[in-house]
Design a binder for this molecule. Structure first.
Ligand code: GLA
Length: 422
């Protein structure tokens, strides 16, 4: 997607903008709304493609789609207008086939529309014909900031398609489809973390994700602690090659260690086998091995209400990703140090793929205002840049619902379904 919106003070939230945008683009009312959250990864960075563990949180920075089925006289297509993009995404149905072998040769769309088309392609391949719809997307998720705006869009499109076509919604299966769309259609070889976090969110909880088995265990976040995103205001666009380099380095370490994945390596095996690895492969492996353990330890500490230990592990995680994995930046380091020096900070680290974007901190809620002011002052003093602080709440994952106040057969069916929920 294109450059992200920074919600201006007084700007209506994305939900309202999507509904208003729908009336302006298509006339009339949407019949359904989709909400899809951003994710902040608390800890467990670059572990997902090593079959390891992560601890993300789905947060209340959200992307919304307002939509309705295509009118009967329209060509069967998905048409999605974005408030951020000059050109709408249009996917003619049926979408192209999944390309054999995985490569984006069959793309008919360009730019952000690739996420829409790729998701439709993977859904149709798994579930059969889709039904057309028209919608407007609005987002309060900054893009390029390491908060998974792309996964939020993919899952929102999947939820919209599933809602209109009456497909079953299985969170893990949908995360895997969206992940395939990103890898095989858009061409970004990322892991499963982002999609799984967006789709599996639970209010008030972090998510302990086991990337090998695709399982997600909600971990309660203590109420007196806030997850705070600290945006450095730096964005780096060309990070795909550095990300791919890290994947290659991890694959080399895996091969030299003779294991199925770095997930299968503990500290003692790594110490014994260190001589078989070149220094770069050893450092990358050391990060992944220690990071997997930190994820499990942070989850255990949060469950025990031991926020001091959880925070200290986050900070340790930053040193590891900075020194051993080498995906931080001067600005991310400065933001982490400024956060750590601010009142109420229990721990801080960069979050997401790295190189630019955001850090995340665990902060004592009672000291939130003093924390925000001191962290931003410290960051400005160190870099000359103006950052921003976004306190976050953990929210539920991607969901499609009928638009309130609109009655339709689909709406009535959905209401009945909701009433039967446990
Ligand atoms: C990006 C990728 C994820 C994950 C993180 C690093 O966000 O999309 O799959 O690898 O980087 O943890």
């Amino acid at each position: 997607m294109g450059p992200g919106p920074e919600p201006a003070p007084g700007r209506p939230p994305a939900r309202e903008r999507a509904i208003a945008g729908f009336a302006a683009a298509f006339g009339g009312h949407p019949t359904a709304l989709v909400r899809s959250p951003a994710r902040v990864n608390l800890i467990g960075e670059h572990t997902d493609y090593n079959d390891g563990f992560c601890l993300p949180v789905a947060v209340d920075r959200e992307l919304w789609i307002a939509l309705r089925p295509s009118p009967g006289d329209a060509d069967d297509a998905i048409e999605l207008v974005s408030e951020q993009e000059a050109r709408a995404a249009r996917v003619t149905l049926p979408p192209p086939d999944v390309p054999p072998p995985a490569a984006a040769q069959r793309r008919t769309t360009e730019g952000w529309a690739g996420y829409v088309e790729g998701t439709a392609v993977m859904l149709a391949a798994a579930h059969g014909p889709l039904a057309g719809w028209q919608g407007v997307v609005a987002s309060d998720i900054p893009t390029g900031a390491g908060l998974s705006s792309s996964a939020a869009l993919e899952l929102a499109v999947a939820a919209a398609c599933a809602h209109i076509a009456g497909l079953p919604w299985d969170a893990l299966a949908m995360a895997r489809l969206a992940h395939r769309a990103e890898n095989e259609w858009v061409g970004a070889a990322t892991g499963l973390l982002d999609q799984l976090a967006c789709v599996s969110g639970v209010a008030g909880h972090a998510l302990l994700v086991d990337c090998r088995h695709g399982t997600v265990e909600p971990v309660p976040l203590p109420a007196h602690v806030a997850v705070v995103v600290l945006d450095t205001s730096t964005r780096r666009r060309i990070v795909t090659s550095a990300y791919a380099d890290r994947r290659v380095e991890c694959a080399r370490a895996t091969r030299l260690l003779g294991v199925p994945a770095l997930r299968d390596v503990g500290p003692s095996l790594l110490a014994e086998a260190a001589g078989r690895l070149d220094p770069v492969a050893l450092a990358r492996a050391r990060h992944v091995v220690t990071e997997n353990q930190r994820v499990l330890d942070v989850a255990a500490a949060l469950r025990a209400g031991d926020v001091a230990t959880a925070g200290a592990l986050l900070t340790e995680g930053h040193r590891s990703i900075r020194d051993d994995f080498a995906v931080s930046s001067a600005e991310l380091d400065a933001m982490v140090e400024a956060a750590l020096a601010a009142p109420g900070c229990l721990g801080a680290r960069m979050t997401g793929g790295g190189f630019a974007g955001c850090a995340a901190a665990l902060v004592d809620r009672a000291l939130l205002d003093a924390f925000a002011a001191a962290a931003l002052d410290g960051y400005h003093a160190a870099t000359g840049l103006t950052g921003s602080v976004l306190p976050c709440s953990a929210v539920a994952g991607t969901v499609a619902e009928p638009c309130p106040g609109v009655s339709s057969p689909g709406h009535d069916r959905q209401e009945a379904h909701r009433d039967n929920r446990p």
